[in-house]
Design a protein around this ligand. Structure first.
Ligand code: NAD
Length: 388
């Protein structure tokens, strides 16, 4: 298949591009490199040394013999170029990772709120409008997040996208209907992901666009079988207070002897997935498109759930790190349960990488190895959800 990877220079997009290329698919990366600009804005770098995109592509050619295409386009602005690219390349599928993805970054200031909304919503709508304008039957696979549901499942397992309800309709009695599971975003970033859902539902209904929306958990881990093959292919590892995801932050903090930063009671339950399973899920989604005319195919891309304080305890037992409770900068419940259905990917053959199996490798091969690159001043999370 020919597949465009939008956001293919990022944490999830780069290993996905390599994984699909390794399987023999024809891959073109589209990215405006804005994530690298944000590193400069925040004066922070990935813990792992990430090579420039052209060096990455050259290294992949050397180790695999395979060619990756690259286009530097801003999806929120370069609309005409996007349409031209689709018409020229005629991809079978487009995987859309190209959004500003950090909740704390989206809450830093009103500029960051507006940037996140403008960037994410325009990118998604431009992609959908461009697919329609191209006249091609392109399957759009989008990376959404479990975070759209606001982490309060009231004990009900979160279904894969749709909630079956019975409506009490006058003169008809009870009528069955599937509705989009209600969103309850907890940050501006999560709000954009909730709006994405409506955009996709509209284009699937109005234009019979084939769309798969993957509600992903927090991704942990760094390397995949492909990114390990040469140091120039290494994936990024964010540990700073804006972009670092909780488990990777704990692993890095343990490696540098920094107390594990547990926000609030640590009673927040979150959904997780290893980066190796992310790339496999995308492969399964790309190769199993929904039929034309169907509603958006929504799958929960999650393999396990954990409470933040339990993760901290696990990392502490493994490494001897101490734990330091901190004020929670987010506006959220102190404690929550989270039960998530993930039957669809298990049925498609996903064999999940469990936390216990991958943690030690991550500590040794990434956090310990690159800890000399860490800037400890960038660890605290300074974005506040509500101004004090
Ligand atoms: P990332 O920031 O590392 O990668 C996103 C990439 O998209 C970057 O390379 C960036 O330069 C590019 N990009 C952003 N806006 C763009 C635009 N307007 N035009 C072109 N390129 C643009 O993020 P990631 O961690 O790889 O996340 C990818 C997707 O997966 C996001 O949509 C995110 O919401 C979703 N997701 C990520 C996680 C996670 O834990 N990392 C969890 C759930 C969902």
């Amino acid at each position: 298949m020919k597949v465009l990877i939008l956001g293919g220079d990022g944490f999830c997009g780069w290993p996905t591009a390599l994984h699909l290329s390794d399987l023999g698919h024809d891959i073109i990366i589209v990215d405006n490199l804005s994530r690298r600009d944000i590193d400069n804005e925040l004066s922070v770098e990935s813990l792992t040394p990430i090579s420039p995109i052209q060096t990455r592509i050259k290294a992949w050619k050397e180790v695999s013999g395979k060619t990756l295409g690259f286009e530097n386009l801003d999806l929120s602005k370069d609309y005409a170029e996007l349409v031209q690219l689709l018409v020229k390349e005629k991809p079978d599928a487009v995987v859309h990772f190209a959004e500003q993805r950090a909740a704390p970054y989206s809450m830093k200031s009103s500029w960051h709120k507006r940037y996140t909304v403008d960037n994410n919503i325009s990118a998604t709508n431009n992609l959908c409008a461009a697919v329609v304008e191209s006249g091609l039957d392109i399957h759009v696979v989008h990376l959404g997040t479990m975070g759209v549901y606001g982490y309060s499942s009231v004990g009900l397992p979160i279904p894969e996208g749709y909630l079956p309800v019975k409506l009490d309709v006058p003169n008809k009695g009870l009528v069955d209907q599937d509705i989009l599971y209600p969103t309850n975003p907890g940050s501006i970033y999560h709000m954009t992901k909730s709006l994405d859902q409506i955009i996709f539902a509209y284009y699937a209904k109005n234009d019979q666009m084939r769309v798969t929306d993957l509600h992903q958990g927090i991704v942990w881990g760094t390397q995949t079988d492909q990114t390990k093959r040469d140091e120039r292919l290494i994936n990024r590892f964010d540990y700073d207070g804006d972009y670092g995801t909780v488990l990777n932050r704990f692993l890095m903090q343990a490696a540098v002897g920094y107390p594990l930063t547990v926000h609030g009671t640590g009673g927040q339950t979150r959904a997780f997935i290893h980066i190796k399973d992310t790339v496999r899920c995308i492969e399964l989604a790309v190769t199993n498109p929904p039929a034309k005319g169907n509603k958006v195919h929504i799958m929960n891309q999650v393999t396990e759930t954990h409470r933040v304080r339990d993760l901290a305890k696990l990392v502490s037992e493994l490494t001897g790190a101490t734990i330091k409770p901190m004020d929670n900068p987010r506006k959220e419940d102190a404690e929550n349960d989270l039960i998530v259905r993930n039957d669809n990917f298990l049925k498609l053959g996903l064999n999940p990488t469990k936390l216990e199996a991958g943690l030690l490798e991550e500590v040794k091969e990434i956090a310990e190895k690159y800890k000399h690159r860490a800037d400890l001043t960038r660890i605290p999370c300074e974005s506040l959800w509500v101004k004090k």
